[in-house]
Design a protein around this ligand. Structure first.
Ligand SMILES: [Fe+2]
Length: 384
């Protein structure tokens, strides 16, 4: 969660009356996390926010289904070869990996969500590898572009409106919630001066006066299943809100990379944390400058982590045979590192233009059945 924001009209004190110009009472909605102990936002509605009728769920992405057990191996998936579902993202998402903390996948949406979406299970983080558009939410619109991470807090009513350009998204569903890594905060919760980004780098929601898109259907994910509801009126009826829980977008290139005399571990690229996961941004940067430095990442046995990397752009220093849109999965239990020759070849280089999103998880990841169709079978042996 970020710093407190305030948009539109709010009461001068929590839980007291807020009225419109004609004296109409507004309806408060306290949108809280961790019970009532965590970050929260308070919204003011024109109407009561809790009047949904149960209906049939007409939309919703499919829950991940594990592939049959396979030998432990380093794996590579070519996401651009996936049979692209198209349509709205609520139906177009395809899960590739999952564990008890998160689901990770890709989507190639071609249409706006036709219903409102509430994810009652997880925070959402979407990396826009290609495309752009608008995230519409009760707390306002967030515009996003190629190279942005888009965050939607668990429980927030929203819908995605991709623009007309080709879209290729990487998404994470984080059931333990996303947060800024603790090491980037100071004692009052502000981003530290030496954090790799500041509050100014985030694209925040813009709130319009209450309006009606004539959409009366919503789907809610709860315990992995989609549930349908019909709404009595437009849910975009908020006159104001304040708090620390809201959607945002963050451009990956706003991440300020660290460089040392010798190679720094991925922790320094940590951008967002979640229960059981750390999401890192590898952005173009100068490389290690010790006279005897080896800029390529060292082979490593991170014995408590599975690692997936989504390769965005540029020439990835340590890997061959991966392309823009590749996903590699290197599991705990066996060491991994650069491809043959890459370690030696990196000596004397001064910069890297790689752009990639990495996710380290602390529970093993399962591959889904959908991932099998796009696997590169020769990847594991390409390191020999
Ligand atoms: Fe690694």
């Amino acid at each position: 969660m970020l710093d407190r924001m305030q948009l539109g009209d709010v009461a001068r004190k929590h839980h007291i009356q807020l009225r419109g110009q004609g004296g109409e009472l507004r309806f408060e909605e306290c949108f809280t996390r961790d019970g009532f102990d965590g970050p929260y936002t308070i919204m003011y509605h024109l109407r009561r926010p809790h009047t949904q009728r149960v209906a049939k769920a007409e939309h919703g992405w499919a829950a991940p289904v594990a592939a049959a057990e396979r030998p432990l191996a380093k794996r590579h998936y070519k996401t651009w070869e996936l049979a692209q579902k198209g349509g709205p993202q609520i139906d177009a998402r395809v899960a590739l990996h999952f564990n008890g903390d998160l689901i990770a996948g890709v989507a190639f949406p071609t249409a706006p969500d036709p219903v409102y979406v509430v994810d009652g299970d997880a925070d959402e983080l979407v990396y826009i590898h290609k495309g752009g558009g608008t995230l519409r939410s009760q707390l306002g619109d967030v515009t996003f572009a190629h190279g942005d991470y888009v965050f939607v807090p668990r429980g927030l009513l929203h819908r995605f409106l991709p623009d007309a350009s080709p879209q290729h998204w990487l998404w994470f569903s984080l059931s333990g919630g996303l947060h800024i890594p603790k090491q980037w905060r100071n004692e009052v919760g502000q981003l530290r001066m030496d954090a790799p980004y500041s509050e100014r780098d985030f694209k925040r929601p813009q709130l319009r006066a209450p309006y009606d898109e004539n959409i009366r259907n919503a789907v809610v994910r709860r315990d992995g299943r989609w549930h349908g509801f019909t709404l009595e009126d437009s849910p975009l009826d908020i006159v104001g809100w304040d708090g620390a829980v809201y959607p945002w977008a963050f451009p990956i290139l706003a991440f300020q990379p660290r460089v040392s005399s010798v190679h720094l571990p991925p922790t320094w690229h940590g951008t967002f944390a979640a229960r059981g996961a750390l999401i890192c941004s590898f952005v173009p940067r100068l490389v290690d400058f010790h006279p005897e430095a080896i800029p390529c990442p060292y082979p490593h046995s991170s014995t408590h982590c599975d690692e997936i990397i989504f390769y965005c752009e540029g020439n990835f220093t340590s890997r061959k045979g991966v392309s823009s849109g590749s996903v590699s999965h290197h599991p705990m239990g066996i060491p991994h590192g650069p491809h043959p020759g890459a370690y030696e070849k990196s000596i004397g280089t001064t910069r890297t233009d790689e752009l990639a999103v990495m996710c380290d998880t602390f529970q093993p990841l399962l591959a889904t059945q959908a991932s099998l169709a796009i696997e590169d079978p020769g990847y594991h042996d390409s390191f020999i």
